[in-house]
Design a protein around this ligand. Structure first.
Ligand code: AMP
Length: 206
């Protein structure tokens, strides 16, 4: 089972991917998460992420290829944040061909701009275990992780200025991606203003 989840920044991709992955017993693969991990030891990637710039198709596809080989992807996976360009669609098609697999559905999440800004400016993650918190799932203590007691941090690219750049990049690149998957008959558009748990029912509907 292979799902792609797409949508602009803070349309709830991460939260909904997690919920859906758990419900279906498949892996949640976020290319943003993979890159934030790499950025801890790679200053070039760190710099690009903090500016909201896209990482090269080659680098991100190589990282993805390695990740999809892991055991937890055997039953299926949800791709969150990839593909982001038309070229990445073709690279993904090749990658899936190599693996003898195919995409079941592409879910596009939409949300009003005001909600996106509110979500993004309140979003935090744990510096130790990576758990995400936001308006739908706030931490008990605003500075400390409920699970491991780690310090909560705001993502370095979660600022008003970077957000605008990321929204613009998404709008520019998404049109052809959405058209491609719509033409393939794989696209499902979901309004993500509602409760995150709704995604399970919405994703399984045709
Ligand atoms: P996200 O967590 O999906 O919002 O991604 C955070 C940042 O990681 C983006 O603003 C990009 O700089 C980078 N990134 C994530 N996925 C990709 C991708 N598929 N291609 C290029 N850059 C990516």
């Amino acid at each position: 089972m292979i799902y792609i989840i797409t949508g602009g920044p803070a349309t709830g991709k991460g939260t909904r991917s997690d919920i859906l992955a758990k419900a279906l017993g498949i892996a949640h693969i976020s290319t943003g998460e993979i890159l934030r991990e790499v950025a801890k030891t790679n200053s070039e990637i760190k710099d690009k992420l903090s500016k909201g710039e896209l990482i090269s198709d080659e680098i991100i596809t190589d990282l993805l290829r390695d990740r999809l080989k892991k055991d937890d992807c055997k039953k299926g996976f949800i791709l969150d944040g990839y593909p982001r360009t038309l070229n990445q669609i073709y690279l993904l098609n090749n990658l899936l061909d190599e693996m003898g697999r195919k995409i079941d559905k592409v879910i596009e999440l939409t949300a009003p701009d005001e909600l996106v800004f509110k979500r993004i400016l309140e979003r935090k993650s744990c510096s130790k275990c990576g758990r995400m918190y936001g308006i739908d799932f706030p931490p008990k203590n605003p500075e400390i992780c409920d699970d491991c007691g780690g310090k909560l941090e705001i993502r370095t690219d979660d600022t008003k200025e970077t957000l605008q750049a990321r929204i613009n990049t998404y709008k520019e690149n998404s049109k052809e991606i959405l058209k491609y998957y719509k033409d393939c008959g794989l696209l499902l558009t979901v309004d993500s203003s509602g409760h995150p748990e709704n995604i399970v029912k919405e994703a399984l509907e045709d």
